[in-house]
Write a protein of this length. Structure first.
Length: 563
């Protein structure tokens, strides 16, 4: 037996030992629950045989019987609560086999090479991660239609959607090897039972904490949640160690498959994560804030990472892989899967309804500069001038006092640096206006739960993947902390400058895959606007910005078109 086999065996045995520890906790809890009933049975049996007679023992017998009945009722309540609770399922886009036969074939071949059960299904997540997710608890609650063997169903393989578009087929297989290898330990009866026990406890706690319960139903559920919390606290250490041992055993088993390629593929995982994060925060977030969601985020991450490879010498050469077959070719309809994952990303990271509608529409990358960048600049410039109007700042155009100009903004902020000045007052007004508009935006505060979600790759409408996360406000995973008033003011002033550059100097809105909205002058991106704008906003010094405007040819006294 090789060292890898020995390490895998030791890891598997350690995981089974931890699983047995979890099951012993469950057994001890059950033993404590039935102990009063057992004592009552002994006492009544002794009375029937003529032992322990008398009024005192009669009182003891009936008291313990009452305690036993109460404890058994409470036990049944907790057991039913744990059995009926629905563990949280990760929001994913289902990938049916008819929509990705090549991907299913790749995963099954990988499972055969690893000598482990194949995953029962495949789903996509809009994130740079992959894992196995056991959903048998949900299958067991589907009623008569659920298969009898649902408790032994293999877990679902969840794949990060950016991986499919950026990675090549061989790289994806190498990255998925240790994940798929985890189906082996998952098939062990003790580990599977221990996991169901822990998931049930966690779901019962979440169910007890859900709002909107009446007093009659809420009190028993709260008590059941308290008991489940005690049990989960006792299980936490064993559960964490069990999962660590399972992961270690799976990793050891996967070393026999594409080990050399796995090292190179892990570099692509880190690169994909960096590009995905930049794409979401710099490119997608401005569109989401305007009620538009980019419908091809996964295709966009390829452009972002290719651009990163061009700029960063550490990533040099990664783009050469793009000649190989991309993993998204394993899907029958990559565009449909990309759109579904993009909408789910918008809901998770920003919030919004499950379907397109008024104030929440998809946008293609070709339309992004005009429909997002230009609209963003002009919307922010219009908000800036509305706040200036509220503060009573006069218009700066002598020819037509009603038209907005960049000169008006610069004259108001010039010499206004430092706390307590007009710059701080303007920043506070913009911050209040942004907060008010975001609160009133349709679909920006909460998602439509319990409805029909977006179809998966090759599939139609499916169950909403967010229906288990409750009716609370989204986003579940905010991308950025709230912006300060000064940051908002700088963004709005920069937007006004960009509008003036487009209207008076022939500039154009553009898209930078790594930095988001960009100003193009003569077809080249100008990335040097932030510093002169901050000098004006923070220090009240207009000279750097005036020099920048003169260089580009922007007329600050000319009217600017707003939305």
């Amino acid at each position: 037996m090789s060292g890898i086999d020995v390490g895998e065996e030791l890891g598997a045995r350690a995981a089974q030992a931890r699983a047995l520890s979890l099951l012993r906790i469950r057994s001890r809890a059950l033993a404590v629950a039935i102990l009063p009933a057992a004592v009552a049975v002994v006492l009544f049996a002794a009375d029937a045989q003529g032992h322990l007679a008398g009024p005192v023992w009669d009182a003891v017998r009936w008291t313990i019987l009452g305690v036993a009945v109460v404890v058994l009722l409470v036990t049944v309540l907790v057991a039913v609560s744990v059995a009926r609770a629905r563990p949280a399922m990760s929001p994913t886009v289902p990938v049916p086999e008819e929509g990705a036969p090549d991907l299913y074939r790749l995963v099954r071949d990988l499972a055969d090479r690893l000598d482990v059960p194949a995953p029962s299904a495949i789903a996509l997540t809009p994130d740079c991660d992959s894992w196995l997710e056991d959903r048998t608890h949900r299958a067991l609650r589907r009623g008569p239609g659920a298969p009898a063997e649902a408790g032994d169903t293999a877990p679902v393989l969840v794949i990060g959607s950016p991986f499919l578009w950026w990675m090549r087929v061989a790289e994806l297989r190498a990255v998925l090897a240790p994940v798929v290898a985890g189906t082996g330990p998952s098939a062990h009866p003790d580990i599977a039972a221990a996991r169901r026990f822990v998931r049930g406890l966690d779901a019962a706690i979440a169910d007890a904490a859900a709002p909107g319960r009446g007093a009659v139903r809420g009190a028993p559920l709260a008590f059941a949640g308290w008991v489940a919390r005690l049990l989960l606290r006792a299980c936490r250490g064993h559960a964490a160690e069990m999962e660590r041992c399972v992961a270690a055993a799976a990793s050891m088993r996967a070393q026999t498959v594409d080990y050399g390629l796995r090292i190179a593929a892990q570099e692509q995982v880190g690169l994909a994560y960096a590009g995905w994060d930049r794409l979401l925060t710099r490119v997608a977030l401005p569109a989401w804030r305007m009620g538009r969601w980019p419908s091809r985020l996964d295709a966009g991450v390829v452009s972002a990472l290719t651009e990163l490879s061009r700029r960063d010498r550490l990533a040099d050469g990664f783009a050469l892989r793009l000649g190989d077959r991309p993993a998204c070719d394993l899907l029958e309809e990559p565009g449909v899967a990309d759109e579904a994952a993009s909408l789910l990303a918008a809901r998770l990271f920003h919030g919004g309804p499950a379907e397109s509608g008024p104030g929440w529409a998809p946008v293609d990358w070709q339309q992004y500069p005009d429909e997002v960048v230009d609209r963003k600049w002009r919307s922010e410039a219009a908000r800036l001038h509305r706040v200036l109007d509220t503060l009573g700042v006069p218009r700066a155009s002598a020819a037509d006092p009603a038209v907005p100009t960049l000169a008006r903004v610069m004259e108001h902020l010039s010499g206004a640096g430092g706390p307590g000045g007009p710059g701080e007052e303007l920043a506070a007004g913009i911050g209040a206006a942004v907060a008010r508009e975001e609160a009133e935006a349709p679909g920006a505060k909460s998602a439509v739960h319990g409805g029909q979600g977006h179809g998966g790759a090759g599939g139609g409408a499916a169950e909403d993947p967010l229906d288990l996360w409750g009716p609370g406000p989204l986003p579940l995973f905010p991308l950025q902390p709230p912006r300060t008033g000064t940051e908002l003011l700088a963004d709005h002033v920069a937007a006004m400058v960009c509008c003036a550059a487009v209207d008076t100097a022939g500039a154009a809105p553009g898209l930078d895959w790594l930095d988001g909205p960009a100003l193009l002058v003569g077809g080249e991106r100008r990335a040097d606007l932030a510093t002169p704008v901050l000098s004006l906003v923070e220090d009240g010094d207009p000279d750097p910005l005036l020099s920048w405007l003169a260089e580009v040819g922007v007329r600050s006294d000319k009217p600017v078109r707003l939305v």
